[in-house]
Design a protein around this ligand. Structure first.
Ligand SMILES: [Zn+2]
Length: 301
């Protein structure tokens, strides 16, 4: 199910954004016969997926082929966020790519780059060892842990050097051609800006908001391009314009990607307290994606 509540699902004449295939940027997300909300799950009239049933417009339903199992099916949506970011901001052959963050989105960016056969060098910055192992399994070339020497290690992995200015933290000379920022916090944004080479691009997938004390010097000094990215819509794939979720399903069907290892925990709905506890203790539980399984009667792991 494509959860975006854009003009079509709201029963409205298409706005300029929807007309050009940018449904996630729809200008009428508060209009139409259903309540305001960007997505199913954030609209009081549709319900959400934390229930056995919810309401969707027929245009939002996508058939899942038999070749794609339910675990991959449940990951079509987050994988599409990564695919959209990569398809709209593709690395060039031989590029040095840095991914910051190894939650479901960061790992999906690794998987998207590999599934689309881009021949670039992928470095990923991760917090926990289970995330690092998963990143490697998905095809990351270098995994850097956020320890005391990560700035040096990341610079080395990117063929860059670190410099110590008179004031402030270490800066980086050189860096990645393109950085996919998948955390959205002050530290990760700061890292994205300093690990990008002159003239390079930072793609924001993390949900960054109001942020104090982010040093923007490198943005003008190194003439960086900062590109935002939200959800999924219509993308170019093999010369065709397709819905991002359809592209995700197609890549899964062809066996170009298997995201099922990202689902680390499954719970029946009535165990929602345990499920939320697992998600808030991500590190102790080695949790990535925690899902509800309505067929299940006992706690799985
Ligand atoms: Zn629209």
């Amino acid at each position: 199910m494509n959860p975006v509540l854009s003009c079509e699902s709201r029963g409205l004449h298409p706005c300029p954004a929807c007309e050009r295939g940018d449904e996630s940027l729809c200008e009428q997300k508060t209009k139409g016969s259903i309540e305001s909300g960007l997505l199913i799950g954030a609209c009081k009239d549709t319900g959400g997926s934390w229930s056995p049933y919810f309401v969707a417009h027929k245009s939002q339903i996508l058939p899942l082929p038999d070749a794609v199992d339910d675990l991959n099916g449940v990951l079509v949506e987050p994988f599409s966020c990564a695919l959209h970011a990569v398809l709209r901001n593709p690395p060039k052959g031989g590029d040095r790519v840095l991914i910051i963050g190894a939650g479901v989105i960061g790992l999906s960016v690794v998987a998207a780059i590999k599934a689309l056969d881009y021949s670039c060098h992928v470095t990923i910055l991760v917090k926990h060892s289970f995330q690092g192992e998963m990143a490697r399994a998905f095809g990351a070339d270098e995994v850097i842990y956020l320890d005391g020497s990560y700035v040096e290690n990341t610079a080395n992995a990117l063929g860059a050097e670190t410099l110590k200015p008179l004031l402030g933290p270490e800066i980086v000379q050189g860096g990645a051609n393109i950085v996919y920022e998948c955390v959205g916090k002050k530290k990760s944004i700061t890292d994205a800006l300093r690990f990008t080479e002159s003239g390079g691009k930072v793609v924001l997938l993390g949900l960054a908001s109001i942020m104090k004390q982010v040093d923007w010097t490198t943005v003008w000094l190194n003439e960086l391009t900062i590109k935002g990215c939200f959800a999924y819509s219509t993308n170019e794939f093999e010369g065709q314009r397709m819905n991002t979720l359809q592209i995700a399903i197609e890549l899964m069907k062809r066996g170009k990607v298997d995201l099922s290892p990202l689902i680390t925990h499954q719970y029946p709905l009535h165990d929602y307290k345990v499920a939320f506890n697992t998600i808030t203790k991500r590190k102790q539980e080695n949790a990535l994606k925690v899902v509800f399984n309505h067929d299940q009667t006992t706690v799985g792991g």
